[in-house]
Design a binder for this molecule. Structure first.
Ligand SMILES: [Mn+2]
Length: 330
């Protein structure tokens, strides 16, 4: 545990077993789905028997990816012949969900491939690049070391991971090397227009009901520096949408011109309040505020899950954010 390995060492280890599993974090995003599929499909093409596991369904917008239907919920027990479980895009075993975590704990060998700075190096072997924009970026040199072919399906899965984790190449984490990787993936067969249309320009009707709700009820304060929205208990049912439609709500309000902090408060109806925090100002580290309430994340994107009442939790967190704004006034 705790040791870092090279691409070469991991490739040599992966080459040995006949049957293995690839697993990623619950509530999967594009990089979780894309990394699971890219590695899973590449290993299958090398003749391995491969299981692909993610707790919670693959989101609708990624279900067009070739092989997406091969991703299933983690089984209750480890299949008999699985010799190795490879975790991708997952900073800590807890994020795999209860079933996934117990599978990893019972696996004869685990490999941890990730790009979260906070990764706990929980694998028997670990390949973690904290500075990489996406787990997909960490996987490509490994696929090369394995001698795996980047087929159009593998390239598309990697491209979706890279594109979604860089905010379609808009976030500051996007490097020239990422652009070169994107170019290589396009050369390997990614259809850029079709892929981007499917992941960014095809929202189900329910998503509009949620967007209307957010835009009608968002609160702007502190001279426009702080914008927030609260989703009360029962709202999803009232709008006729599932929880998966509430995943990226903070992106709807964070684009407010002049906003420095955007927050979504969501009553999860199980006694928990979920909070998503975004900073648009490098001087404001929302993960520090999240840490005060038992949460964490990145400096400009953090989250909290806390037990309590929506209005009480909200007023405590907003107070903390207002004082952060006061102490770093522009
Ligand atoms: Mn990722």
């Amino acid at each position: 545990m705790g040791m870092m390995n090279t691409h070469r060492e991991i490739a040599e280890k992966i080459a040995l077993p006949d049957e293995m599993a690839v697993i990623s974090h619950m509530r999967p995003d594009g990089d979780a789905v894309g990394s699971t599929l890219a590695l899973g499909l590449a290993l299958k093409a090398l003749g391995k028997r491969v299981h692909m596991w993610i707790e919670d369904a693959v989101p609708e917008r990624f279900s067009f990816l070739e092989g997406a239907s091969l991703i299933i919920n983690p089984p209750d027990t480890l299949p008999e012949h699985v010799e190795c479980v490879i975790c991708v895009d997952c900073g800590e075993p807890k994020r795999l969900g209860d079933t996934g975590r117990s599978l990893v704990e019972s696996a004869p060998f685990t490999i941890n491939i990730d790009h979260h700075e906070t990764n706990t190096l929980y694998g028997d072997m670990n390949l973690v690049e904290g500075g990489a924009a996406a787990c997909a970026c960490v996987l490509v040199p490994l696929l090369d070391a394995l001698g795996a072919l980047i087929t159009p399906a593998v390239a598309q899965a990697l491209y979706v991971g890279l594109s979604t984790d860089t905010g379609s190449f808009q976030y500051g984490n996007t490097t020239a090397q990422d652009m070169r990787l994107a170019a290589r993936l396009i050369e390997c067969g990614v259809e850029v227009g079709d892929t981007n249309r499917r992941i960014y320009q095809e929202f189900p009707a329910g998503a509009f009901a949620v967007q209307r709700e957010v835009l009608n009820n968002m609160v702007i304060e502190e001279n426009g520096q702080l914008v927030h929205y609260s989703m009360p208990a029962g709202k999803c049912a009232e709008l006729g949408v599932g929880r998966e439609e509430t995943k990226d709500l903070v992106d709807i309000i964070r684009v407010l011109q002049g906003a420095r902090i955007a927050v979504i408060f969501e009553d999860m109806e199980n006694g928990l309040i979920r909070i998503s925090l975004r900073s648009k100002d490098p001087a404001i580290r929302v993960n520090d505020v999240a840490a005060q309430f038992g949460g964490g994340g990145h400096a400009m994107a953090a989250g909290i899950r806390v037990r309590g009442k929506l209005d009480e939790v909200r007023s405590a967190i907003l107070d903390a954010l207002r004082s952060v704004l006061k102490n770093s006034s522009v």
